[in-house]
Design a binder for this molecule. Structure first.
Ligand SMILES: [Fe+2]
Length: 381
């Protein structure tokens, strides 16, 4: 009988080893298999695979026979993941590849997607993420992974205190019709209102345009392991930190790299948030705690970014790789790249981070889990 084997990254597979050696756990078949047989094996070993995901925070299915997005869907079905198309709650349009699977970030190739836990700006967020590499970039384009539990542990007491009980909030303003349809799969206002309510958004309509504010806790407790993790999302300082420290990586925007090296963070933050349309639109965020906005010092931003990158590892994609991430324990980013690159993504198993519960994929049908499950109808877009 063919079995699944597991190991850490081999030296040649890790392009950027840092302090984190345990991400991701690499899982593959002991011998080559057809796509059908591999999926069947994953279905049979589902409890073990999901257990590894919870323990390690990220698993990389490598050496697979998979080459199409449809195979990715088969794997998610085999693992019992709920990958229905949920609203991503931003005004970026994401083109669906197949139902429930979209192209990964549309952020331009020369820019990084800074470290984040998916939809950390929303309390209702994915518990699990999936990525599949259909075409690796000639250079760059890796998906770095960072350990959110270690990162939280290594923050200074003052930063921990600031983050405890704080929410990361994001303003999405005057959405385009295309973005509304991409998020909600409808243009019907009553339906959209219902979804906004279920996602606990503050939303408004102005001249037929939808705007909303989302908020998600910065510090969460993992409902299955009890670990405390730091959830983060993109900030302008995270762009500045990236280009200051990693300006030489393949495909990186040379002008931005130069700007970040000569302009101090305070000026860079002001310029991007006020004068550059892309950042003005996409980087409208603030921290909220005890009924008021928090001013986060730039030094604290630098500390957060330093701790995250210290706890990051970067592996090289191979075509057919499928990466599953526990979106509570592990955050991710995307390196700049030289096109083309084709990585698809899916967000699964939404849960409410405020209530510190998640629907465990391995025991979704157990009576105890059902009793504490969120209203599944809340998360249907
Ligand atoms: Fe992401």
């Amino acid at each position: 009988m063919v079995e699944l084997t597991s190991r850490g990254l081999l030296p040649g597979e890790s392009s950027w080893p840092t302090g984190v050696k345990h991400l991701p756990l690499v899982i593959g078949p002991a011998q080559s298999l057809s796509a059908e047989s591999m999926t069947s094996l994953l279905r049979d070993q589902r409890a073990w695979v999901l257990g590894q995901l919870t323990t390690h925070g990220a698993i990389l299915l490598r050496g697979t026979p998979y080459r199409e997005a449809a195979h990715f869907v088969d794997v998610m079905n085999a693992l019992g993941l709920d990958y229905r198309a949920y609203p991503h709650l931003t005004d970026n349009y994401r083109r669906p590849v197949v139902e429930g699977v979209v192209n990964a970030s549309s952020t331009e190739a020369p820019l990084p997607v800074p470290p984040h836990t998916e939809q950390a700006f929303s309390s209702v967020r994915p518990g699990v993420l999936g990525f599949m590499c259909l075409q690796r970039a000639p250079q760059g384009g890796q998906t770095p992974l960072h350990d959110c539990v270690n990162a939280y542990r290594e923050l200074t007491p003052a930063t921990k205190e600031m983050l405890q009980g704080a929410f990361f909030c994001k303003v999405t303003d005057q959405m385009s019709e295309e973005a509304v349809r991409s998020n909600f799969n409808t243009l019907d206002r009553a339906e959209i209102d219902q979804i906004c309510k279920k996602f606990d958004l503050e939303w408004s309509w102005n001249g037929g345009k939808l705007s909303f504010v989302t908020k998600g806790p910065c510090v969460v407790t993992h409902p299955m392991t009890g670990e405390t993790a730091f959830s983060c999302f993109w900030t302008v300082p995270s762009i500045h930190y990236f280009f200051r420290n990693y300006h030489g990586v393949p495909g990186a925007d040379r002008k931005m790299a130069m700007l970040c090296r000569v302009v101090p963070l305070s000026a860079f933050d002001f310029i991007l948030r006020n004068c550059v349309p892309f950042f003005r639109r996409n980087y409208r965020y603030f921290l909220f705690k005890d009924g008021k906005r928090l001013d986060v010092s730039l030094e604290m931003h630098t500390e957060l970014n330093a701790v995250i990158w210290k706890n990051t590892t970067v592996f090289e994609w191979q075509p057919g790789d499928i990466l599953m991430i526990d979106n509570i324990k592990v955050g991710h980013s995307r390196m700049p790249f030289v096109p083309p690159r084709h990585v698809v993504a899916s967000v699964c198993n939404y849960y409410d981070a405020r209530e510190r519960r998640v629907e465990a994929p391995a025991s979704r049908s157990s009576p105890d889990t059902e009793k504490h499950s969120p209203d599944r109808s809340a998360y249907t877009a």
